[in-house]
Design a protein around this ligand. Sequence first.
Ligand code: PGA
Length: 252
Amino acid sequence: MRQPLIAGNWKMNTTKDEAIALVKELRPELDIINNTEKLVCPPFISLVAVREALVGSTVKVGAQNMYFEEKGAYTGEISPLMLTGICEYVIIGHSERRQYFREAGETISKKIAAAIRHNIRPILCVGENLGEYEAGQTREVVSDQLKSSLSGVEKGDTLTIAYEPVWAIGTGKAATGKQANETIHLIRTFIAGRFTSRIADNIRILYGGSVTASNIAEFVAQPDIDGALVGGASLKAKEFTGIVKVTSQTRK
Ligand code: PGA
């Protein structure tokens, strides 16, 4: 049985003080839930403070991005070595990084491989945009993204994938559970072919895009959906703890 994972992607929100305040509010509510894995991904600048605020907690810490080299002349970048000991997870290839920072196949694949080498669990994001969705190209787009993002990746065991249709991100217009499950099932089939069916059965595939405490049950009740990557709603303590609680109850 795959344990569900609820991951909060805080994006470029919260100052260091706000990050600490948010995590202090989340911690007591989330620590008592043990059949669901909980993860927060604050901005780089707050990672250490959030890690310290979570000592002894079951809430895990992740980064929103990283570079693939260990060190060197890469101004402004953060390396996997720097994240080691602070983060258990790292989000890679989020659609906002693809869209605003031109991240694509080879770079993403190198980042995933680097994360795995450093024992940081990558969460690879894939998903079609509105035009592609309307043209009925979801299947091709997602398969192409998986193919290129995993091209240099040898070991898939610690991979997590987030299916995030771009048209559902930050729009309040989530996919339906059935729609998301269909694409996520396809992703699992792809992983079985790319790695092994054991890995496909074991890895978690999340849905992301306008997830709230009111719609999460629809997603985690689906057979192939193992949790969610949450943006906007992860910044509100009540909403995020609500999402985790509903997940935990739905999976009991
Ligand atoms: P959203 O973002 O929940 O605000 O739609 C999801 C994401 O981008 O991971």
